[in-house]
Design a protein around this ligand. Structure first.
Ligand SMILES: C[S@@+](CC[C@H](N)C(=O)[O-])C[C@H]1O[C@@H](n2cnc3c(N)ncnc32)[C@H](O)[C@@H]1O
Length: 301
């Protein structure tokens, strides 16, 4: 089974507008699908710095024999510091393909999938202590409601949170199968899997602090990219896409234009496509996991 099928590979690599001698960053290495394609476009004077927080990717890293390639195991929210340690202040392009890989979903012991019967884990970085079991058994009601409605866009999140609180009093929630029993009554008939996916997604986003990591990534990209440098981001969730869109179009997360003393809008990025780029029908048929992907490209002015 493939570790991961890269999404919108051509579109995203074209979006980077690669110069053979340039310096590029792949913030989400995963199976290395995007990295390999970047390396094909680089000369021996170019370089690629790739990041991932999951140690499972090391086996993919080891397969890449190319002197231009450097891997750093870290959360991408610290990428600027790592580049500085490597003597770099500016780069020509940054790519991020957010979320989790197929390998992570398919590895039942990682607890990302609602289909397993393993421990509810969902940590991308196994060195962290706090897992989905801790979240489900310790979070107060308000916090649970908040993550289910904000990150999962779940309408009955109050009832769901109440049920979690009731059930965990009787018995600690530990395994996927037990958790599915708790959430099943709240799912619409015949749409159960969609509901489970949303609940699991919400927990995963919280466990891995994905929204704050994305904000850090965007803020650092603005000061790390050279003039005409490209930021290319693929996201799979409307909350993430909104942040990326606002940041590229308006330079901040709320989407309000920032103005200078004379009232002129301060622009940091030029958006390369007005609308987000989405996968072709052919790609979605071949790789259904690409269906919710949105690609945005910004170029530093
Ligand atoms: C969708 S996959 C990327 C797949 C990759 N583009 C490919 O073609 O194989 C996302 C990867 O990013 C990693 N990741 C997600 N959030 C991260 C973060 N904050 N810091 C570092 N890596 C992260 C995940 O561990 C996962 O391996």
């Amino acid at each position: 089974m493939d570790y991961h099928i890269p999404v919108m590979l051509k579109e995203s690599i074209n979006g980077l507008n690669i110069k053979p001698n340039g310096i590029y960053v792949d913030l989400t290495f995963g199976g290395g699908g995007h990295s390999k394609f970047i390396l094909k476009k680089l000369s021996s004077n170019g370089s690629l710095f790739a990041f991932d927080v999951d140690k499972d990717v090391i086996k993919n890293v080891e397969k890449i024999k190319n002197k231009s390639f450097h891997f750093i195991k870290s959360n991408f929210r610290f990428f600027r510091n790592h580049l500085k340690i490597n003597g770099l202040n500016k780069v020509d392009g940054i790519l991020a393909d957010l979320g989790i890989s197929s390998h992570q979903i398919n590895s039942s012991q990682r607890g990302f999938s609602f289909k397993g019967d393993k421990k509810l884990d969902m940590r991308m970085n196994n060195d962290l202590e706090f897992s989905a079991v801790d979240l489900l058994n310790t979070y107060k009601k308000d916090k649970l409601v908040n993550i289910f409605s904000k990150y999962g866009e779940i309408r009955n999140s109050i009832q769901l949170a109440n049920s979690i609180l009731r059930n965990r009093k009787k018995k600690k929630i530990k395994k996927t199968i037990d958790f599915i029993d708790i959430i099943k009554p709240f799912a619409k008939k015949k749409r159960e899997e969609k509901y489970y996916a949303k609940v699991f997604q919400a927990i995963r986003i919280e466990i891995n602090d994905e929204i704050n990591s994305l904000k850090d990534l965007l803020l650092q990209s603005k000061i790390t990219l050279n003039k005409k440098g490209r930021l290319v981001v693929i996201s799979y969730h409307s909350l993430e896409d909104r942040l990326i869109k606002n940041f590229i179009n308006k330079g901040n997360f709320i989407g309000e234009p920032e103005k200078d003393f004379y009232g002129n809008q301060i622009k940091i990025f030029k958006s390369i496509s007005k609308k987000p780029i989405i996968p072709s029908k052919k790609e979605v048929i071949k790789n259904p996991r690409s269906r919710s992907a949105k690609l945005r490209i910004g170029e530093i002015i």
